[in-house]
Design a protein around this ligand. Structure first.
Ligand code: SAM
Length: 284
Protein backbone atom coordinates (compact mmCIF):
# COMPACT_ATOMS: atom_id res chain seq x y z
CA UNK A 1 0.00 0.00 0.00
CA UNK A 2 1.49 3.33 -1.01
CA UNK A 3 -1.32 5.77 -0.16
CA UNK A 4 -0.37 8.90 1.69
CA UNK A 5 -3.30 9.84 3.86
CA UNK A 6 -5.65 7.77 6.01
CA UNK A 7 -8.56 8.96 3.91
CA UNK A 8 -6.89 7.82 0.66
CA UNK A 9 -6.00 4.51 2.28
CA UNK A 10 -9.65 3.91 3.23
CA UNK A 11 -10.70 4.71 -0.34
CA UNK A 12 -8.23 2.23 -1.82
CA UNK A 13 -9.24 -0.56 0.59
CA UNK A 14 -12.92 0.13 -0.14
CA UNK A 15 -12.23 -0.22 -3.88
CA UNK A 16 -10.44 -3.55 -3.31
CA UNK A 17 -13.31 -4.92 -1.22
CA UNK A 18 -15.91 -3.66 -3.71
CA UNK A 19 -14.01 -5.50 -6.44
CA UNK A 20 -14.73 -8.82 -4.69
CA UNK A 21 -18.41 -7.91 -4.13
CA UNK A 22 -18.25 -7.33 -0.42
CA UNK A 23 -21.40 -5.63 0.83
CA UNK A 24 -20.70 -2.56 2.95
CA UNK A 25 -17.12 -2.43 1.66
CA UNK A 26 -16.67 1.11 2.97
CA UNK A 27 -17.69 0.13 6.50
CA UNK A 28 -15.41 -2.91 6.47
CA UNK A 29 -12.50 -0.80 5.18
CA UNK A 30 -12.89 1.65 8.07
CA UNK A 31 -13.22 -1.13 10.65
CA UNK A 32 -10.18 -3.01 9.35
CA UNK A 33 -8.10 0.16 9.42
CA UNK A 34 -9.23 1.03 12.95
CA UNK A 35 -8.45 -2.50 14.13
CA UNK A 36 -4.98 -2.56 12.49
CA UNK A 37 -4.05 0.88 13.82
CA UNK A 38 -5.71 0.41 17.23
CA UNK A 39 -7.86 3.50 16.79
CA UNK A 40 -11.33 4.41 18.06
CA UNK A 41 -13.88 5.77 15.57
CA UNK A 42 -13.19 9.29 16.85
CA UNK A 43 -9.42 8.88 16.44
CA UNK A 44 -9.90 7.64 12.88
CA UNK A 45 -11.91 10.75 12.04
CA UNK A 46 -9.28 12.97 13.62
CA UNK A 47 -6.46 11.37 11.58
CA UNK A 48 -8.31 11.27 8.22
CA UNK A 49 -6.14 13.91 6.57
CA UNK A 50 -2.87 12.76 8.17
CA UNK A 51 -0.33 10.35 6.68
CA UNK A 52 -1.09 6.71 7.61
CA UNK A 53 1.31 5.22 10.21
CA UNK A 54 3.83 3.29 8.11
CA UNK A 55 4.74 0.73 10.80
CA UNK A 56 1.20 -0.77 10.80
CA UNK A 57 0.74 -1.04 7.02
CA UNK A 58 1.96 -4.64 6.75
CA UNK A 59 -0.54 -5.75 9.36
CA UNK A 60 -3.33 -3.84 7.62
CA UNK A 61 -2.39 -5.40 4.27
CA UNK A 62 -2.62 -8.89 5.76
CA UNK A 63 -6.07 -8.11 7.22
CA UNK A 64 -7.37 -6.68 3.94
CA UNK A 65 -6.11 -9.73 2.02
CA UNK A 66 -7.99 -11.98 4.45
CA UNK A 67 -11.18 -9.97 3.96
CA UNK A 68 -10.71 -10.10 0.17
CA UNK A 69 -10.72 -13.89 0.52
CA UNK A 70 -14.20 -13.50 2.14
CA UNK A 71 -13.10 -14.36 5.66
CA UNK A 72 -15.69 -12.78 7.99
CA UNK A 73 -14.71 -9.33 9.24
CA UNK A 74 -15.28 -10.42 12.85
CA UNK A 75 -12.73 -13.25 12.61
CA UNK A 76 -10.16 -10.77 11.30
CA UNK A 77 -10.77 -8.10 13.97
CA UNK A 78 -11.42 -10.85 16.57
CA UNK A 79 -14.39 -8.95 17.99
CA UNK A 80 -18.15 -8.66 17.70
CA UNK A 81 -20.96 -7.04 19.66
CA UNK A 82 -23.77 -8.95 21.37
CA UNK A 83 -26.32 -7.38 23.69
CA UNK A 84 -24.23 -4.15 23.91
CA UNK A 85 -21.05 -6.00 24.94
CA UNK A 86 -17.87 -6.86 23.04
CA UNK A 87 -17.15 -10.59 22.62
CA UNK A 88 -13.99 -12.19 21.26
CA UNK A 89 -14.52 -14.58 18.37
CA UNK A 90 -12.35 -16.82 16.22
CA UNK A 91 -12.82 -19.56 13.63
CA UNK A 92 -13.81 -22.05 16.35
CA UNK A 93 -17.09 -20.26 17.10
CA UNK A 94 -20.16 -19.04 15.28
CA UNK A 95 -20.24 -15.25 15.16
CA UNK A 96 -23.16 -14.33 17.46
CA UNK A 97 -26.03 -12.76 15.47
CA UNK A 98 -28.27 -9.88 16.56
CA UNK A 99 -31.36 -12.12 16.05
CA UNK A 100 -30.10 -14.37 18.84
CA UNK A 101 -30.42 -11.50 21.34
CA UNK A 102 -34.15 -12.28 21.25
CA UNK A 103 -33.55 -15.58 23.11
CA UNK A 104 -31.96 -13.63 25.95
CA UNK A 105 -34.84 -11.14 26.01
CA UNK A 106 -37.41 -13.98 26.10
CA UNK A 107 -35.63 -15.79 28.92
CA UNK A 108 -35.31 -12.62 31.00
CA UNK A 109 -38.95 -11.66 30.43
CA UNK A 110 -40.10 -15.12 31.55
CA UNK A 111 -38.05 -14.97 34.78
CA UNK A 112 -39.41 -11.49 35.51
CA UNK A 113 -43.06 -12.31 34.73
CA UNK A 114 -43.00 -15.55 36.77
CA UNK A 115 -41.09 -13.82 39.59
CA UNK A 116 -38.51 -16.63 39.85
CA UNK A 117 -35.99 -15.34 42.38
CA UNK A 118 -32.85 -17.46 41.89
CA UNK A 119 -33.40 -19.09 38.52
CA UNK A 120 -31.35 -22.09 37.41
CA UNK A 121 -30.63 -21.56 33.74
CA UNK A 122 -28.78 -23.44 31.00
CA UNK A 123 -27.36 -22.30 27.65
CA UNK A 124 -26.89 -25.40 25.49
CA UNK A 125 -24.54 -25.09 22.46
CA UNK A 126 -22.98 -21.94 23.95
CA UNK A 127 -20.31 -21.34 21.25
CA UNK A 128 -18.62 -18.02 22.14
CA UNK A 129 -20.71 -17.98 25.32
CA UNK A 130 -22.74 -15.00 24.11
CA UNK A 131 -26.12 -16.17 25.47
CA UNK A 132 -25.02 -17.72 28.77
CA UNK A 133 -22.61 -14.91 29.62
CA UNK A 134 -25.25 -12.28 28.86
CA UNK A 135 -27.80 -14.08 31.05
CA UNK A 136 -25.28 -14.27 33.90
CA UNK A 137 -24.41 -10.59 33.60
CA UNK A 138 -27.98 -9.33 33.16
CA UNK A 139 -29.34 -11.49 36.01
CA UNK A 140 -26.72 -11.74 38.76
CA UNK A 141 -29.11 -13.79 40.93
CA UNK A 142 -29.27 -16.53 38.29
CA UNK A 143 -27.20 -19.74 38.41
CA UNK A 144 -26.11 -20.24 34.80
CA UNK A 145 -24.63 -23.38 33.22
CA UNK A 146 -23.38 -23.61 29.63
CA UNK A 147 -22.32 -26.55 27.45
CA UNK A 148 -20.69 -27.08 24.07
CA UNK A 149 -19.25 -30.13 22.38
CA UNK A 150 -16.33 -28.16 20.91
CA UNK A 151 -13.31 -27.61 23.16
CA UNK A 152 -12.16 -24.78 20.86
CA UNK A 153 -15.49 -23.00 21.36
CA UNK A 154 -15.35 -23.44 25.13
CA UNK A 155 -11.89 -21.87 25.25
CA UNK A 156 -13.35 -18.77 23.58
CA UNK A 157 -16.41 -18.81 25.86
CA UNK A 158 -14.28 -19.05 29.01
CA UNK A 159 -12.06 -16.19 27.82
CA UNK A 160 -15.16 -14.05 27.18
CA UNK A 161 -16.57 -14.88 30.61
CA UNK A 162 -13.27 -13.88 32.24
CA UNK A 163 -12.94 -10.67 30.19
CA UNK A 164 -16.52 -9.62 30.92
CA UNK A 165 -16.50 -10.69 34.56
CA UNK A 166 -19.34 -13.21 34.19
CA UNK A 167 -19.76 -16.06 36.64
CA UNK A 168 -21.16 -19.23 35.09
CA UNK A 169 -20.21 -22.90 34.87
CA UNK A 170 -19.08 -24.26 31.51
CA UNK A 171 -18.91 -27.91 30.48
CA UNK A 172 -17.56 -29.69 27.40
CA UNK A 173 -19.96 -32.38 26.25
CA UNK A 174 -23.01 -33.44 24.28
CA UNK A 175 -26.06 -31.16 24.76
CA UNK A 176 -27.43 -31.53 28.34
CA UNK A 177 -25.42 -34.64 29.22
CA UNK A 178 -22.81 -32.85 31.37
CA UNK A 179 -25.55 -31.21 33.47
CA UNK A 180 -27.38 -32.44 36.55
CA UNK A 181 -30.56 -31.29 38.28
CA UNK A 182 -33.53 -29.44 36.82
CA UNK A 183 -33.71 -25.98 35.28
CA UNK A 184 -36.18 -23.09 35.32
CA UNK A 185 -35.13 -21.90 31.88
CA UNK A 186 -33.15 -23.58 29.10
CA UNK A 187 -31.99 -21.58 26.09
CA UNK A 188 -30.23 -22.88 23.00
CA UNK A 189 -29.12 -21.81 19.56
CA UNK A 190 -28.29 -25.23 18.07
CA UNK A 191 -27.05 -26.02 14.55
CA UNK A 192 -30.21 -26.10 12.37
CA UNK A 193 -29.25 -25.38 8.73
CA UNK A 194 -30.59 -28.01 6.31
CA UNK A 195 -27.74 -30.16 4.97
CA UNK A 196 -28.76 -29.43 1.38
CA UNK A 197 -28.49 -25.67 2.04
CA UNK A 198 -24.91 -25.93 3.35
CA UNK A 199 -23.20 -25.83 -0.09
CA UNK A 200 -24.97 -22.57 -1.02
CA UNK A 201 -24.23 -20.59 2.14
CA UNK A 202 -22.91 -17.04 1.74
CA UNK A 203 -19.10 -17.19 1.41
CA UNK A 204 -18.52 -15.69 4.87
CA UNK A 205 -21.00 -18.02 6.60
CA UNK A 206 -19.32 -21.01 4.93
CA UNK A 207 -16.14 -20.09 6.85
CA UNK A 208 -17.91 -20.61 10.20
CA UNK A 209 -17.64 -24.10 11.81
CA UNK A 210 -19.97 -26.61 10.13
CA UNK A 211 -20.42 -28.13 13.62
CA UNK A 212 -22.18 -24.88 14.51
CA UNK A 213 -24.40 -24.78 11.42
CA UNK A 214 -25.22 -28.19 9.95
CA UNK A 215 -28.52 -29.58 11.22
CA UNK A 216 -28.53 -32.66 8.97
CA UNK A 217 -30.99 -33.69 6.27
CA UNK A 218 -34.11 -32.30 7.97
CA UNK A 219 -32.35 -29.69 10.14
CA UNK A 220 -33.32 -31.62 13.29
CA UNK A 221 -30.25 -33.83 13.90
CA UNK A 222 -29.30 -31.82 16.99
CA UNK A 223 -32.76 -30.46 17.85
CA UNK A 224 -34.25 -33.97 18.29
CA UNK A 225 -31.87 -35.07 21.10
CA UNK A 226 -31.89 -31.50 22.44
CA UNK A 227 -35.68 -31.68 22.94
CA UNK A 228 -35.27 -35.08 24.67
CA UNK A 229 -32.67 -33.61 27.02
CA UNK A 230 -34.81 -30.56 27.73
CA UNK A 231 -37.89 -32.67 28.49
CA UNK A 232 -35.81 -34.59 31.07
CA UNK A 233 -34.23 -31.54 32.71
CA UNK A 234 -36.83 -28.74 32.54
CA UNK A 235 -38.84 -28.35 35.76
CA UNK A 236 -42.36 -29.67 35.14
CA UNK A 237 -44.02 -26.37 36.23
CA UNK A 238 -43.19 -22.66 36.00
CA UNK A 239 -40.40 -23.28 33.48
CA UNK A 240 -39.55 -22.52 29.87
CA UNK A 241 -37.22 -23.32 26.98
CA UNK A 242 -36.43 -21.04 24.05
CA UNK A 243 -34.73 -22.61 21.04
CA UNK A 244 -33.54 -20.67 18.00
CA UNK A 245 -34.73 -22.03 14.63
CA UNK A 246 -35.44 -20.63 11.16
CA UNK A 247 -38.40 -20.70 8.74
CA UNK A 248 -37.43 -23.77 6.63
CA UNK A 249 -37.75 -26.05 9.67
CA UNK A 250 -40.56 -24.35 11.59
CA UNK A 251 -43.30 -26.89 10.73
CA UNK A 252 -41.13 -29.88 11.62
CA UNK A 253 -39.99 -28.23 14.85
CA UNK A 254 -43.56 -27.38 15.83
CA UNK A 255 -44.68 -31.01 15.25
CA UNK A 256 -41.72 -32.36 17.24
CA UNK A 257 -42.30 -29.90 20.09
CA UNK A 258 -46.00 -30.80 20.35
CA UNK A 259 -45.07 -34.49 20.49
CA UNK A 260 -42.19 -34.08 22.98
CA UNK A 261 -43.86 -31.55 25.33
CA UNK A 262 -47.56 -32.53 25.39
CA UNK A 263 -48.23 -30.54 28.59
CA UNK A 264 -46.48 -27.30 27.60
CA UNK A 265 -47.65 -24.22 25.72
CA UNK A 266 -45.78 -24.19 22.41
CA UNK A 267 -45.47 -21.18 20.12
CA UNK A 268 -43.30 -19.89 17.32
CA UNK A 269 -41.85 -16.41 17.80
CA UNK A 270 -40.71 -14.08 15.04
CA UNK A 271 -37.63 -11.84 14.94
CA UNK A 272 -37.56 -8.12 14.18
CA UNK A 273 -37.61 -8.92 10.44
CA UNK A 274 -40.86 -10.86 10.95
CA UNK A 275 -39.26 -14.27 10.31
CA UNK A 276 -39.76 -17.29 12.57
CA UNK A 277 -36.70 -17.34 14.81
CA UNK A 278 -37.58 -19.22 17.99
CA UNK A 279 -39.75 -21.99 19.38
CA UNK A 280 -41.03 -21.22 22.84
CA UNK A 281 -41.93 -24.08 25.22
CA UNK A 282 -43.54 -22.87 28.44
CA UNK A 283 -44.94 -24.78 31.43
CA UNK A 284 -47.64 -23.08 33.53
C1 SAM B 1 -25.31 -22.09 16.13
S1 SAM B 1 -23.88 -22.25 17.18
C2 SAM B 1 -24.45 -21.24 18.55
C3 SAM B 1 -23.37 -20.53 19.28
C4 SAM B 1 -23.87 -19.49 20.29
N1 SAM B 1 -24.81 -20.06 21.23
C5 SAM B 1 -24.54 -18.34 19.56
O1 SAM B 1 -25.75 -18.22 19.59
O2 SAM B 1 -23.82 -17.54 18.96
C6 SAM B 1 -24.08 -23.91 17.71
C7 SAM B 1 -23.04 -24.44 18.70
O3 SAM B 1 -23.46 -25.78 19.03
C8 SAM B 1 -22.31 -26.57 19.27
N2 SAM B 1 -22.75 -27.97 19.16
C9 SAM B 1 -23.01 -28.70 18.05
N3 SAM B 1 -23.43 -29.94 18.38
C10 SAM B 1 -23.44 -29.99 19.74
C11 SAM B 1 -23.78 -30.99 20.68
N4 SAM B 1 -24.21 -32.21 20.30
N5 SAM B 1 -23.68 -30.71 21.99
C12 SAM B 1 -23.24 -29.50 22.41
N6 SAM B 1 -22.90 -28.49 21.57
C13 SAM B 1 -23.00 -28.74 20.25
C14 SAM B 1 -21.31 -26.08 18.24
O4 SAM B 1 -20.00 -26.40 18.63
C15 SAM B 1 -21.62 -24.57 18.23
O5 SAM B 1 -20.75 -23.90 19.12
Amino acid sequence: MTTKTVSALIQSITARLNAVDIEDAGIDARLLLRSAFGWSAAEQLGFLLDPAPVDKLDQLEEMVARRESREPLQYITGRTEFFRRQFSVNKNVLIPRPETEQLVVQAMAFIRERKIENPRMADICTGSGAIGITLALEMPAAEVHATDISSGALTVAQQNADDLGAELDMYEGDLLEPLSGEFDVIVSNPPYILANAMPSLQAEVAREPSLALDGGNDGLDVIRPLFEGISARLKPTNSAAYIEIDPPIEDAVMALALETFPHAGISLLTDLAGLTRCVSIEHA
